[in-house]
Write a protein that binds this ligand. Sequence first.
Ligand code: B1M
Length: 210
Amino acid sequence: MTVIEQIKESTMKGAVKKVQELVRAALEEKMNAADIISQGFIPAMEIVGDKFKKGEIFVPEMLVAARAMQGGIKIIEPLFAPGERQYIGKCIIGTVRSDLHDIGKNLVAMILQGAGFEVIDIGIDVPAEKFVSAIQEHKPQIVGLCALLTTTLPEMGTAIQAIKTAGIREQVKIVVGGAPVTQSFADSIGADAYASDAGAAVEICKALLN
Ligand code: B1M
């Protein structure tokens, strides 16, 4: 089994220490950090999600897999962190109200930081009013909304509506993402853009600065 396959297996099993050990080994072998995420962690979480859907595993198993992934990401994170430098733009990112999923958001935030953005992560379960106050406080060019549950998708529309009502919609570009989000949903709630993954989010956010 290759190191990346072992990372995938150990993530699914929730073996945090093993995952961290393997990630260190992979980095020593000069493996690309983004490949560890896209070929190791993301497929592992897809399989875990699929098993959950089929009733083969339950929330605790999903949670330990998520913790293992986060443990591995901690090792990789410093490679994406910017040093002292000029930022190319400022972005606020958060997972909408009632939604506690943050792995994808954290990945997007990390990759945006690596690409030169100043990223203000306002967390999970973020009510619409908090997006508004964060925009007023930090004055970003871009606001990123994440949702992982079909039940929390409408919260994205609620947040955009609150931003409009506060009279600050024209000051920001709004990008939406997360597994259940689609381009047509993004259009229907009046977002400026939809990004299917972290790589696309970077390209889109850069384009939105112009
Ligand atoms: Co949850 N969960 N979960 N969960 N969970 C899903 C989302 C689910 C699809 C599983 C399933 O049934 N197959 C399902 C949702 C079904 C639906 O809505 N139709 C589900 C459910 C039902 C639930 C609970 C309701 C379970 C329960 O309690 N009965 C519950 C809800 C809690 C809540 O939020 N209120 C719940 C809880 C949890 C855990 C806490 C156990 C844990 C989350 C831990 C955490 O985040 N800290 C968890 C997990 C781990 C998952 C799965 C397995 C994995 C999610 C993940 O992290 N994926 C997930 C199944 C799945 O997606 N395969 C599932 C990896 C991550 C990198 O991908 O977040 O899609 P993703 O991010 C991608 C892109 O989407 C994109 O870029 C990322 C990287 O490429 N992206 C953006 C994301 N945000 C973006 C923003 C952008 C742009 C791109 O711009 C701003």
